[in-house]
Ligand binder design. Sequence first.
Ligand code: NAP
Length: 450
Amino acid sequence: MAKHSIPKNGAKIGWANGRLQVPDNPIIPFFPGDGTGPDIWRATQVVLDAAVDKAYKGKKRIAWMEVYAGLTALKNYDKDTVLPQETLDAFRDYRVGIKGPLTTPAGQFKFVCLDCAAELNERPAKCPKCASEWITPRFRSVNVALRQKLDLYACVRPVRWFTGVPCPVKAPQKLDIVIFRENTEDIYAGIEFEQGTPGAKKVYDFLTREMGKKIPFPDSGIGIKPISITGTKRLVRMAIRYALDHKRPSVTIVHKGNIQKFTEGAFRDWGYEVARDEFRDQIVTETELWDKHNGKMPAGKVLIKDRIADQTFQQLLLRPDEYSVLATPNLNGDYLSDAAAAQVGGLGIAPGANIGDGVAIFEATHGTAPKYVGKDMVNPGSLILSGVMMLEHLGWREAADLVVKGLEATIQAKTVTYDLERQMDGARKLKTSEFGAAIAKNMGGVAVAA
Ligand code: NAP
């Protein structure tokens, strides 16, 4: 039996000619998540609703539809279902969704407590740590399952500085990038053979004897990573479309093609291929910029360039304003997203989204922060800014801008949650809910006294 209740006052987002068709009252599936998820979700919903109301004066509104995953799925379905089919179907059918963090068991144990993340080898009636009854067999990451089952092939992470956020560099405002990281292949589809196993020996023998390849030492673990034309082209295509839609000046293809020519190097080559074959009139490659345009970028076009991964790290620190949209394979993008976010002090408030063709889920990038469950204490900034990405994805730019204004005014007034307060002189510590309420109040761009 269906557990979701579909809001009567909402309408489905449609899809035509490769674009979302967004009604004024879109139904948006969401789940708050485990741990501190409900705290940050409550604050986020207040902020997003206030921004939409202020921007469109009641003409547009979001019809929220709660769906279940993680702990709430166990409570609403049965004790071993963490990702119900109904939830997957809702995200697929309604096309745009938002989610809080979920517990992902990591260790070599058999059961996990969904309330406090305790790892257990027996299944007790109650958790010995927190007395919760919600003990479930160890399961694979629900986040990864959502990405794989809905084929959300791009992990999108915008990184920019918000005035007032404490950070380690001198000119953080110079970094304003959006990273499109491939989400389905490279090491996410990697195949590994453990050292000393018959599998590793078989692969070693095959590679060295039949294929004539050299592996330095026979006592090696062996990993294989695939990077395909299909996976690369759809990712780079999405990055270029984003740059065109958002009037961004360049797309940089990041790779390690100097070492791995047929995976990383091919990623670069196929990236250029999709740019030239599908966007010929709208792009200029870096070679063409110098050969045909004397180094002067023609107006309205997007520059396509490529950089070796390690050099990209240097450049983002030394010349950040030369970069705008980046398209990367899975592993490079993983490192780069966190390093760039740390550079602007925003690891704790970095937003993210997983996007496929016609389906997108926006999410907090941090975890469930189990230490702070139920304390109304953690920073809701990551989920709120993911909400900003969602509003932009819907084409509701005015509402998105209001949230950013409110957030900046609140941080500049030094009224922040504990994580920022401990790094700022003279700041006042707010609860999660108070921080959300302050952002909603401050959308005029100046802090209103609480
Ligand atoms: P975590 O939940 O991100 O928390 C680690 C630390 O980061 C916290 O103790 C806190 O640092 C800081 N932090 C995280 N969120 C914060 C927020 N909103 N505001 C302020 N500070 C915040 O990482 P974890 O403890 O490694 O993982 C806990 C669970 O979350 C695990 O089950 C993990 O698998 C899961 N997880 C889920 C996702 C997801 O759903 N997308 C992502 C990552 C991890 P201080 O203690 O220094 O204040």
